[in-house]
Design a protein around this ligand. Structure first.
Ligand code: FE2
Ligand code: FE2
Length: 450
């Protein structure tokens, strides 16, 4: 059986920074930002770190704070959609271009996004709710995101400094930030740098150097540590700073920025932790798919073991299962959280998620073969699947295993709008799909393990 096993420990020689850098593209998608945002923030923030003459250990911690600053981004997406009733991705993107310390800007932003497409009555009702509970809701959204991000960094084994930097990302120098209203130097240095880097990248993308520089200086002492703004005002004259922000090969520049003495190649256990952590990010995006990636992983493993696959092959399939839906981070919760039938236009958006998965996973060599599985997990044996319409033998065995595990979880798991389907009913659905959508032999194999 031809199933790759590239994740065998002997084959692992990639830098941790390279893998996390590549997976950070998934976090950019969830924030509704152009691909490479986390990498560009790392580029900007590390220039600040060097100008501050930080030690190698501090630079290493800053490096991962910057790459993982949005690790908690998926955890509040569903809540944002429920509150605002609009596309969470565009709301998050536009929020970053606004100064929420200023009441007028915040009010204008809120009205331009809340309940878009709904009646005036519904929009006003949402607005009244936000006005009434605004402070509490804001704290809750930021708290969820920051704590989840810090938890993920901790799971990955990063230092308390990295976790603290991620946890305090949205705090402002003047105490008007969230969630804890920390003031001045109460805010960890890495968080102060990460927020400044984020604003530079977002405003540079929107209006070039001038917009980025003006915004940073306008927020000196309100959002930002004045001393860091002074550092920025020195490094902004480096042409390479801005060249990096438009370089399509920013990933290579960022890999080269990691302190050489602290570079680490990833081992098999760390790769397990990384894929598990990113599966948790994926699964936190919507209550409708909560726990999905980890359950698909369990079912795929059962099939693999039943087929007698080798341990490296089982490991490889486990990673493929954990990351197969990583592209869902780029789909709006307005679609993912919709209990009713999707419109054709909405379904077209859903159909893009395997393509996004492929885009993200193919950015790093070690995941190349996972990218193929992820891109093909909604293909069907009869050729009626998406996104490529592959048929029969064109769909490799690994992809077919993930498809069976994926469909089994989709039909059997408990959802917010329905109880878990009894096992016999779920298996009847799979039987109906055998030979048309799914590989009948693999469906039979899964049944032997239940
Ligand atoms: Fe999927
Ligand atoms: Fe899935």
């Amino acid at each position: 059986m031809s199933i790759p096993c590239q994740l065998h420990p002997e084959d692992l020689s990639l830098r941790q920074s390279e893998i996390i850098g590549s997976l950070s593209y998934a976090l950019d998608l969830t924030e509704g930002l152009p691909a490479g945002h986390a990498q560009r923030c790392c580029w900007i923030g590390m220039h600040i770190g060097h100008e501050l003459a930080l030690s190698d250990q501090e630079l290493s911690d800053l490096y991962y704070t910057l790459l993982l600053k949005d690790a908690g981004c998926s955890s509040n997406a569903s809540r944002i959609f429920a509150l605002y009733g609009c596309d969470d991705l565009s709301l998050k993107r536009d929020f970053k271009l606004m100064d929420n310390d200023r009441f007028y800007e915040l009010a204008k932003f809120t009205w331009s996004h809340i309940g878009l497409g709904e009646s005036w009555r519904e929009r006003l009702s949402r607005l009244m709710h936000l006005v009434d509970k605004g402070e509490q809701i804001g704290q809750e959204l930021f708290l969820t995101r920051c704590e989840q991000g810090a938890d993920i960094a901790e799971q990955l084994g990063f230092s308390p400094s990295v976790c603290a930097g991620i946890r305090a990302l949205d705090e402002h120098w003047n105490g008007k930030g969230s969630p804890h209203h920390l003031v001045g130097e109460q805010i960890p240095l890495f968080a102060r740098i990460a927020l400044l880097a984020q604003v530079v990248d977002v405003f540079f993308a929107a209006g070039g150097q001038k917009a980025a520089t003006e915004t940073v200086n306008r927020r000196r002492g309100s959002w930002f540590d004045p001393a860091l703004v002074d550092v920025f005002n020195r490094i902004r004259f480096l042409p390479e700073l801005w060249d990096g922000l438009t370089d399509p090969n920013i990933a290579q520049r960022v890999v080269a920025l990691e302190p050489l003495a602290l570079v680490r190649n990833i081992d098999a256990d760390e790769l397990d932790r990384l894929t598990g952590a990113f599966a948790a990010v994926i699964d936190a995006k919507s209550p409708y798919t909560f726990g999905h990636s980890s359950r698909v992983c369990q079912y795929a493993e059962r099939i693999a073991q039943q087929l007698g696959l080798s341990s490296p092959q089982c490991n490889w399939l486990r990673h493929a299962a954990l990351l197969h839906d990583i592209g869902k981070l780029g789909v709006s919760n307005a679609i993912l959280d919709k209990p009713d039938k999707l419109t054709d236009a909405e379904f077209e958006q859903v159909k893009l998620h395997p393509v996004y998965s492929q885009d993200i996973l193919s950015k790093v060599g070690i995941f190349d073969s996972l990218a193929l599985v992820a891109s093909g997990h909604h293909e069907r044996i009869d050729g009626k699947g998406y996104p490529w319409g592959l048929k029969g033998e064109q769909i490799d065995i690994a992809t077919r295993i993930i498809s069976v595990a994926d469909v089994f979880d989709a039909v059997s798991a408990e959802r917010p709008y329905r109880a878990a389907m009894p096992l016999t009913d779920a298996l009847a659905v799979l039987d109906k799909m055998s030979g048309s959508a799914l590989d009948g032999d693999l469906v039979a194999t899964l049944k032997q393990t239940l």
